[in-house]
Ligand binder design. Sequence first.
Ligand code: IDP
Length: 148
Amino acid sequence: MEKTFLMVKPDGVQRGLIGEVVSRFEKKGFKLVAAKLMTITDELASSHYAEHKGKPFFPKLVEFITSGPVFAMVWEGEGVITTSRQMMGKTNPQEALQGTIRGDFGLIVSKNVIHGSDSITSAEREISLFFNEDELQVYKKDSDSWIY
Ligand code: IDP
C-alpha cells in the first residue's frame, strides 16, 4: 500500500496544530504507521531539502526547520501521496484554498505548517531519512473494511 512522509513543521507544533493535522488524515481514512516528535539536525535538514540548496531562501529554511520540534509521520493508504498534497494546499498559504491545511492555518510561505512528500520517489527517500524500517508499524484496522 502507498505510503507518504508528512511532518508538522515547528510553527504547527508551537501553535498546537498537531492534533488538528492528525485528525484530518485519520478522518479521511488514511492509516498512521509511524510518528515521532523530534528536532531536526542541520545535516538532516540539508538532506531533506537538498533540492533547494543554492536557492536564496535555503539558509532561512534550514534555520526554521531546525528551530524547534517537528512531528514526523508516515501515513498509508490508497492515493495517499496525491491526496495528502491536496489536503495540505498550495505551498504559499495565500494561494492555498480554504479547507486545506495551509489555507486554513497559514499566512506566509516560510511558515506553512506542514510538509508532505510530492512523489513516490520523494516519499521513499524522506521516509528512509526520518525513520528506520522497524519503526513502521504493520497492522490491520477494523475500519479498513468500511473504507475500502
Ligand atoms: P512544498 O513544501 O509545498 O513541497 P517546496 O517548493 O518543496 O514546497 O518548498 C519547500 C518549503 O520551502 C516550502 O514548504 C516553504 O516553507 C519553503 N519555501 C518555498 N519557497 C519559498 C520562498 O520563495 N521563500 C521562502 N520559503 C520558501
